[in-house]
Ligand binder design. Sequence first.
Ligand SMILES: Cc1cc2nc3c(=O)[nH]c(=O)nc-3n(C[C@H](O)[C@H](O)[C@H](O)COP(=O)(O)OP(=O)(O)OC[C@H]3O[C@@H](n4cnc5c(N)ncnc54)[C@H](O)[C@@H]3O)c2cc1C
Length: 520
Amino acid sequence: MSKSADADVIIIGGGHNGLACSAALARAGLTTIVVEQNTWLGGATGTHEVTLPGFKHDLYGSSHVWLHANPYFREIMPDLKAYGLEYIWAEDKITGHPTTKGPGIIIYKDVDKTCESIAWYSKEDAQKYREIYDGFIEIKDGFIKGMFSPPVPPSYLPMAMERSTEGLKMLRDYNLSARAFVEENFTHPEVKNVILGWALAPQIGPDQEAVGQTFYIMIPGIHVYGQAIPKGGSQMLAEALAAYVRDRQGQVLTGSGVEKILVEDGAAKGVRLSDGRELYAAKAVVTSLDPKQNFLKLIDSEHLDESVIRMAKSFSFGNIGVFRAHYAINEAPQFLNGEAMSQTSFQRIFYSVGDTRQHFADIALGVPPRKPFIWTACWTLQDPSRAPNGKHTLIIDTFVPNKLQSGESWEDIKHDYAALVLSKLREYTSNMGPENILCEYVDTPISIERANPCLIGGSTTGGERTLSQSGYFRPMPGYSQYRGPLKNFYLTGASCHPGGGISAMGMVTANEILDDIGWL
Ligand SMILES: Cc1cc2nc3c(=O)[nH]c(=O)nc-3n(C[C@H](O)[C@H](O)[C@H](O)COP(=O)(O)OP(=O)(O)OC[C@H]3O[C@@H](n4cnc5c(N)ncnc54)[C@H](O)[C@@H]3O)c2cc1C
């Protein structure tokens, strides 16, 4: 480290990816400083007591799936236990899909039990689900390697797949929209509804093409990698990573917003904080922020090629935002579908394929969806430590247009709209009346972005998941390998491959840095 440097590597953003990147570098022996604008860590994995004391609400990401598939995270996970990170696994029921007729469909960790649940509605569809799962088992190692490596050129996958009829057929399926895939592969309206609702979680529209991979990967992956939540809230992941870093000579600074990335002779040298302090890095500066902040705000334009600025301006967060109501409640929701459904902590309530398309049509028109599908999560069923004795927390969320065509602000109508989403839950439950609700807190696309400028328009994905913003194109052509347009400048976080999600992909960026400086 040169004399004037404060650390080997400075990392901008104390979300879980910035911290995971720092942890991997600290583990390798480099000194790091993470700088976070908020007074709290975790970014989109933050947990806050926003209703009543003792009720811990995951305001953003809460279901931890993909980081358990990340081989680099798995290496450090045993060490994180010493810093308070304890995962509670959904050993049996993972997701419920309440229906108005029958027992509803439950996605279990066990694929056979899931198929039995689907078979109540259609044996043929259960068989198809099984086939898709079996196909995933064959490709999963290659897929996971691709997910946790710098992305490959766009021609790579088609070239590999077009060599056989079987591969070509699958490539064709990958190019389908979620709706087309569901219509082609499933028969029962309720099963189609369930599978479509599941596939749209990464803020994709039902008619958006080239998302068919979701069905072969994201959906069956849940049976292989499972689903877990950290005891005490998502925040515990960030806190444990920060403690791990601090124990290895690293610093994690909060309340330290970065105002400028300092550049000299075409190389990133450090950062200037909003309080005027400057911090210098001997080897690299890493940003886990979105391309708009990085290239339109933090780096002076004289240091960037015009094409980079243009691409940053074009990077899209889409028009879908998340609307999320949090409740402190006395009793967990009792679903009319029965005990098994009520024991399941996470639910997806969708009505029909037509209603789902209508929901996205409303988003396109800029009107609050009139018959909103909802997700609900009562994480206290899985982790009672998140609420005072016997009480529960509840999330109800849906997707909305992040800008309203009427010119109204979401902040002004949020409680009325929360009443609508709550009324949808009431149609499927017996105990969600006012007597069960102790307190309400509502987040909208506006308040979500206010808390974290990377969540533009209440986006959950770090930027739209379109073909033009995926893989080798993410965040922008020429910079997908986690190396930015300056020397010693690296990119990580949700706007990079593999995109938003709690995946700890920051560790993949760390590997690239270690490789470049000859540390590995
Ligand atoms: C409502 C919601 C629900 C979600 N649900 C799930 C889920 O259940 N499962 C799942 O896998 N994923 C989920 N996601 C996605 C997932 O949580 C995120 O993609 C992921 O946590 C992003 O991590 P990150 O570290 O890349 O970015 P972030 O967590 O956004 O971290 C960026 C950090 O940078 C800080 N920052 C911003 N500007 C500056 C600056 N100028 N200077 C210093 N610091 C700055 C921010 O405050 C923030 O802490 C959800 C996201 C949202 C919003």
